[in-house]
Design a protein around this ligand. Structure first.
Ligand SMILES: Cc1ncc(COP(=O)(O)O)c(C=O)c1O
Length: 349
């Protein structure tokens, strides 16, 4: 089967680009002695997660418990970090069940979360690691003195094991200050975990980091393309779409709208909001979308596509884009090599 035989809209991954990204990011972290813990929330796909593990990833990150359940069931159970507060009876029961069959570390930023975790695992007699999430503007506890107090509580809590800290993104001063306090108090920190793809290649400047969580690096996206960290070839994740209408000279409509691309927008330097970069028509503006229609403004593009033409579009935000699709078609040199399920699609609980 060739790429021409794939019906649209479809999520495709170019294997040469994907493998290049997996290799070059793994090489960087290996060279600097920092563990790479890929965040699978981007691709949600066991086949890609196994490729990451085979290249030397030290474990995986799953944003949600449901993603971790899928990954563990698919054989990736050696070292899973869930950087999320697990709160409430329903999830604590599932967490305990998962902790029986996978090595797990979860994040906590409050005493409430810690008490729930400790009560659940102590009663069940399972092992669970906990890292303190530092406040970087979303969840997290701050300032560092408060993080150290929470760490002491985790260290004293029954059942759970204090394993260190995590931040999103990696914030050097915050990490250094917090680790200094941990050391003063004799608190363990085998895990010092930073994250986000844009910060990957400066991770070595933060000497305290033991590991790094990156999600988007295997497939790229418009921001990575514009920033230059991913060449066009390295932007491996694409939505294949068909031009289904040309209502005016300067308007084309694709069969890929927000239910294929996700609703994410990228603010281009010129001021307009992009919903994707069209590879074959780089001057065209994917300027809007309804659910099943991609709206393309052709006024700045000399070349204009015809009805029936197929194009490849780089998504703005690969994570929700992949979550819109049941499967990923893996292609190399125009030939389809595999079709992979998006195994953890929709696992938001
Ligand atoms: C906790 C956490 N770690 C790591 C990442 C990965 O960052 P990126 O998507 O930039 O690769 C994310 C992304 O949202 C995240 O929320």
């Amino acid at each position: 089967m060739r790429i021409e035989d794939i019906d649209t809209p479809a999520l495709i991954v170019d294997l040469d680009g994907l493998e290049d990204n997996l290799d070059r990011y793994q090489r960087y972290f290996d060279e600097h002695g920092i563990g790479l813990r890929p965040h699978i929330k981007t691709h949600k796909c066991l086949a890609i997660a196994h490729m990451q593990m085979r290249r030397g990833a030290m474990g995986i990150t799953c944003q949600k418990l449901g993603e971790a359940e899928v990954m563990a069931a698919g054989g990736i159970d050696g070292d899973i970090l869930i950087p999320f507060n697990i709160v409430g009876r329903h999830k604590l029961e599932r967490l305990v069940a998962l902790a029986r069959r996978a090595r797990l570390t979860v994040a906590a930023d409050s005493e409430y979360t810690v008490q729930g975790l400790a009560a659940a695992v102590a009663a069940a007699g399972v092992e669970l690691g906990v890292v303190v999430e530092l406040d970087c503007g979303r969840t997290g506890v701050g300032p560092p003195a408060a993080a150290a107090v929470l760490a002491e509580k985790i260290d004293r809590a029954p059942g759970v094991e204090l394993r260190g800290i995590m931040t999103m993104p990696a914030m050097p001063e915050l990490i250094a200050e917090t680790i200094a306090l941990f050391d003063q108090k004799g608190l363990p920190h085998p895990i010092v975990s930073g994250g986000s793809t844009p910060g990957c290649f400066t991770a070595h400047e933060i000497s305290e980091l033991t590991e790094y969580r990156a999600g988007e690096y295997p497939v790229g996206g418009v921001a990575h393309y514009r920033r230059g960290t991913h060449s066009l070839e390295q932007n491996a994740g694409r939505v294949l779409a068909t031009v289904v209408s040309r209502p005016t000279a300067d308007r084309a409509i694709l069969d890929a709208g927000s239910k294929s691309m996700s609703g994410a927008v990228y603010r281009e330097e010129a001021g307009w909001s992009s919903m994707g970069h069209i590879v074959e028509y780089p001057d065209a503006r994917f300027s809007g979308a309804s659910e099943e229609h991609g709206h393309v403004d052709l006024s700045a593009s000399d070349k204009k596509p015809e009805i029936g033409e197929r194009v490849q579009v780089l998504p703005v935000h690969p994570c929700p884009c992949f979550n819109e699709h049941d499967e990923i078609v893996a292609v190399r040199g125009g030939r389809v090599e595999a079709v992979w399920p998006v195994d953890a699609r929709g696992r938001i609980r």
